[in-house]
Structures are given as structure tokens and as C-alpha cells.
Ligand binder design. Structure first.
Ligand SMILES: [Zn+2]
Length: 299
């Protein structure tokens, strides 16, 4: 077996097939030119495929299942990765029912489902989301300018993630661009290259990417690069790639979002005590970028 390495990928990008402003081939080209190894084109209610095969980025099938409910200002979104056929959106009557029905539809199509940041809406928080089951991922960072900070009237995205984890559901946190704009760049544009995930595997294949995502052996990032993550029965260790003029702080977090431990520097290790519920880690760089390491369940 070969050596494992990290592969950079995007889980959430739109093209002119739905509401993006670059055609699929140009979106793929942008990602290839910017060091991405794999890419999910997640157009609304479409399974977008390229006209010709590319070695990089490797294309992983996906779709953003989108339902406009009567009387609702915002659509209901469920993202997918690894589907084998297009998922027909289902109207579940209300927001919660629609989320659940479309998560189930993604699973039926052989994919993994992700709740994406527009799940954030007034009056709809972790208590509602805890009732949805079967999804594997939740976006803890979505770089679309509408979504970055979430809704200040309620929980942060990380707060929602911790609440769901604390309720006993194991879901992994992703960081995505939700890219729509490739032509014009600005703080008010949904541009590419702001947030991604790093999967781990011995080779770049759809299978290794999906397996890495499925078992949570990946991290999400807005700029922090990790050399290694090592998880054993007794500890979780993180090794951070040094960055120019950057200091790093790693925070280990347990049940109910409780801060368990914090360490500075390029290496951090947390010794599992038992009873934490779960342990996850976040690395914060002094320049503002972050990495999120996936939770492990600790009884
Ligand atoms: Zn989207």
C-alpha cells in the first residue's frame, strides 16, 4: 500500500448549469489552476457532468437539492456527494419535513447528504435540526457572503454543530465556498478559493475521497494547512504546517461545546480522559484562517 497523503477538494460549487457565472469546464479549470485535486459541481437540482474527462480535478458527482416552499422566503437546501443519479427534489410540506425527505432521497441515490448553511433561518435552530437524521455533514463554514456569519440572533454554525453532536448524532463539519461568481471578485461575491476540505488517501480516486469523507478522516479549512492528524484510543494529535508570520492556537472541544484544552504552537496533543462525549479540535491562525478537525466519540 502506498503512502497516504492529503487531497484538496471543493464540495460546493455552482456553474452556468444553474446560477453560477462560469460554465462547468471553466469552473473545473479554475480549480485545477489553484491546486485542487477534486471537485463537486453542486448545481441546483442537476447532476452536472463535464463533456470531457479530466485527470485533475477529479470530478465527484453531487447536486444541491433545492426546494422552494410556498410562503417561504428562502429555499430549503440539501447538498449531496457521491450520488449515482440525479435526486428529484421533494416538497415535504414544511422546512423540517422537506429537509428530512431530501436527506432520505440523497441516501436512496447512493450519496451522502450535507445540511448547507442556508439551513440557518430565523426561528430554525439546533433544536429543529436535531430532529433531522441520516445526514453526514453540516457546513460549519460557508463562504457565500450571505452565510459567513450566520444569523447573529441565534447560535453560531459551530454552536449548532456542537448541539447536534451533543445530542448523540455524529456529523462532520465541512467548509465550502458555495461558489457562484468567477468573473468579479469582492467581499459581496461568492468567489472560489476561500474554504475547502482536505481528504486523506493512498491515491486520488472517487472511492478514496468518498471513504475519507464517510469516516471523517478529513479536515476543513479556510487557510490553515495540517501536516498530520493522529487519533488513537488515548489521544488526538495535530501537526500544523508553519505559515509565514503566523501563530497558531489549537482548541480541543467536547460535549456541549465545552473547551477542554488549548495549546499554542505547531503541535498539539490532547490526552483523552474518558467521558468527554466527543472530542473535536479547531486550529486558529493569527491571520484569521482556521481548520476544523472532525469529532471522535468518547464514551
Ligand atoms: Zn449552493
Amino acid at each position: 500500500m502506498g503512502q497516504e497523503r492529503w487531497y484538496k477538494g471543493s464540495l460546493h460549487a455552482h456553474t452556468t448549469e444553474s446560477d453560477g457565472d462560469y460554465p462547468p469546464e471553466k469552473v473545473a479549470e479554475w480549480h485545477r489552476n489553484h491546486g485542487y485535486d477534486w471537485l463537486v459541481l453542486s448545481d441546483h437540482n442537476l447532476l452536472t457532468r463535464l463533456k470531457k474527462h479530466l485527470s485533475t480535478p477529479l470530478m465527484v458527482p453531487g447536486e444541491e437539492v433545492t426546494v422552494n416552499l410556498e410562503g417561504q422566503e428562502k429555499a430549503v437546501y440539501v447538498n449531496s456527494v457521491g450520488i449515482s443519479k440525479v435526486v428529484q427534489p421533494v416538497d415535504g410540506g414544511d422546512v423540517l419535513g422537506t429537509l428530512q425527505k431530501n436527506v432520505s432521497a440523497v441516501l436512496e441515490a447512493g450519496g451522502m447528504a450535507s445540511l448547507c448553511a442556508p439551513y440557518f433561518r430565523p426561528g430554525f435552530d439546533h433544536e429543529s435540526l436535531k430532529k433531522v437524521t441520516g445526514y453526514r455533514f453540516i457546513e460549519v463554514f460557508n463562504a457565500h457572503p450571505l452565510n459567513v456569519h450566520g444569523d447573529p440572533r441565534t447560535f453560531s454554525y459551530e454552536g449548532i454543530w456542537d448541539a447536534i453532536l451533543s445530542s448523540g448524532q455524529l456529523v462532520y463539519g465541512t467548509a465550502t465556498d458555495d461558489t457562484h461568481n468567477y468573473k468579479d471578485y469582492g467581499a459581496d461575491k461568492a468567489n472560489p478559493g476561500r474554504a475547502w476540505v482536505m481528504t486523506r488517501g493512498v491515491a486520488l480516486t472517487e472511492k478514496t475521497i468518498l471513504e475519507s469523507l464517510y469516516r471523517g478522516d478529513f479536515y476543513s479549512s479556510t487557510g490553515v494547512v495540517l501536516n498530520d492528524i493522529e487519533i488513537t484510543n488515548s489521544s488526538i494529535s495535530v501537526e500544523i504546517k508553519p505559515g509565514l508570520m503566523q501563530n497558531f492556537v489549537t482548541t480541543f472541544i467536547g460535549s456541549e461545546g465545552r473547551e477542554l484544552n488549548q495549546q499554542s504552537g505547531h503541535k498539539a496533543t490532547y490526552k483523552i480522559q474518558g467521558g468527554e462525549g466527543y472530542v473535536r479540535a479547531r486550529v486558529d491562525s493569527s491571520v484569521g484562517s482556521r481548520a476544523w478537525i472532525q469529532p471522535v466519540i468518547v464514551k
